[in-house]
Design a protein around this ligand. Sequence first.
Ligand code: ME8
Length: 652
Amino acid sequence: MSNERFYISTPIYYPSDRLHIGHAYTTVVADSLARWHKFAGREVLFVTGSDEHGQKIERIAKAKGVQPQEYVDAIVSTFKQLWKRLNVDYDDFVRTTEPRHHKAVQTVFQKIYEKGDIYKSKYKGWYCTPCETFWVENKLHEGNCPDCGRPVELVEEESYFFKISKYANRLLKHIEENPGFIRPEARKNEMVNFIKSGLEDLCVSRTTFDWGIPVPTNEDHVIYVWFDALTNYLTAAGYPDDQGRLAKWWPADVHLVGKEIMRFHTIIWPIILMALDLPLPKTVFGHGWLLFDNDKMSKSKGNVVDPNLLIDEFGVDPIRYFLMREISFGQDGNFSRRALIERTNADLANDLGNLLNRTLAMLNKYFDGVVPEPQDKTELDLEYAKAAGEVGTAVDDYLKNLQLNEALAKIWQLVGRANKYLDQRAPWALAKDESAQGQLATVMYNVVETLRIVALLVKSFLPDTGAKIWAQLGIAESLAEQVLADTAFGKLKPGTVTQKGDPIFPRIEEKDEEPEVEAKEEPKEVKPAAEEKKPEPKQAEPTEGLISIDDFLKCELVVGEVLAAEPVKGADRLLKLQVDVGSDKRQIVAGIALHYKPEELVGRRIIVVKNLKPAKLRGELSQGMLLAASTPDGKLELVSVSDNMPAGSRVK
Ligand code: ME8
């Protein structure tokens, strides 16, 4: 981040088809980071766009019987519609067919040519059109593209070559001296190995099709589509004409890309910039892939999830939240509808939505919906308020370091803390005690104030949710004008008239359970899962109660490592465990207190049913179930595996 400025980009996507949830992932992450930095008072440039040239697009347009320009215009408008629906608020959208970009690409090409780093020769080798990538024979995998596995074509033509090998050592030195340049660390090692294995000069023009930007001094050639596309990052920064803008925005702070295009961004792109004597971007972050059934989601495999259909079904913020919370940033992660529902119900409906609803219901009941002046403060109240006021700075530190999951976990920790604080301070009990009215005012103020802070903290990630909470809190000031410093505790004005509305996240497919949304007179008794009424068995099928393998596989069993365990207050049989299940950490409440002491469990690797519907047991959220064997006389033993099995390993 230079002088409190922040330039972040996404890849510019191919209009070879409509976008899928993988593209939405990158763009939503970039949007949230951009929104946050604006909120934190920084000047931001957030750029996305479309990569419209090349053989692939030309062929698709031809197959459809339309001109390439007509074809890309139609698809690119669907990109923009999707970003609008997903609340993606970019500052610039670069289309590679725009004149400003033409000029940038031709200038870059010409400068490098004049420097002597681009020369004309003959190319004979292989080309993967879907990836728009050149390959030498010995890099192919069984004759196919090593990246996507699809067939390659033999290309033999006169071409311009870029002397990238000349810059290999300089690039290695840069990578070594700038540990934040390639992230995460694992990608850095891959790229360093790739460079050390030897760089071939890169073919940067084609003659066998027309759909591209011509080489400035030789119209028979069009510039290689990756050379064209990468330059978009300079186009958005005003290159070549607007030197003032360029000085302001270049180098970019973060190029956010999927891991499969790291090679282009951390080898070819930096070398283009070195040849131009321009500084390199500060960070190229290669995130992991969204997988579907453990396979990369991609248009060619036909296993893509359409974000528009998801938005129709679930709304925008559950999708934004799921992508940023469920997928470990930097690693691959599975997309599943069930996990999306689980996340929405547990974190958005139960934790956040319920906090808002029960708080405003209590405020209505005890103070006619008007925020009271805080009065008598206990040690706990002071400690609570101090912790809540510190979350904004912690989230900012995480996001400056691209620790997206940690930032969201920190916010949800505050939501969890507020729910717990309500249970600890029990306003329903204070309300019955004449002498505790001052305390009641403090508790209600503190929780409504937390909701104000939470609205500010979440609005960059979940813009609609931030706005909905703000509206229900009835705060007069505009949400858009709030800044990071406003997350300090105590800015809520007593006298504010709240406007309780509908639950902001109704539970999904949980129709058999009553949502916990109203103010509670006292903590509600919920039976442990083991005591829940089992559904009536269905009529015997001809298979006499046998299930198919598909039925069994619906149950997501994984190895979990117990990180912490403690008794549940007022419930002799229950223990509350914090369990690492690989993709995330879960709280699981289990009826095993008569069989295990909490300290015996820590470090143990157990089997967890990961996709069980979350439930509340004695007021504690339980996000899964443990497997245990039990005898008729009540002996119980947890099913475990050895310490060699990593948390998250699938049990089948
Ligand atoms: O590569 N999981 O465009 P593209 C996560 N035009 N992210 C995914 C994904 C998945 N399954 N599938 C796609 C191009 N993405 C070039 C880029 S930039 C100068 C030129 C995201 O349409 C991810 O960001 O194939 C990935 O890098 C990008 O979309 C590829 O988009």
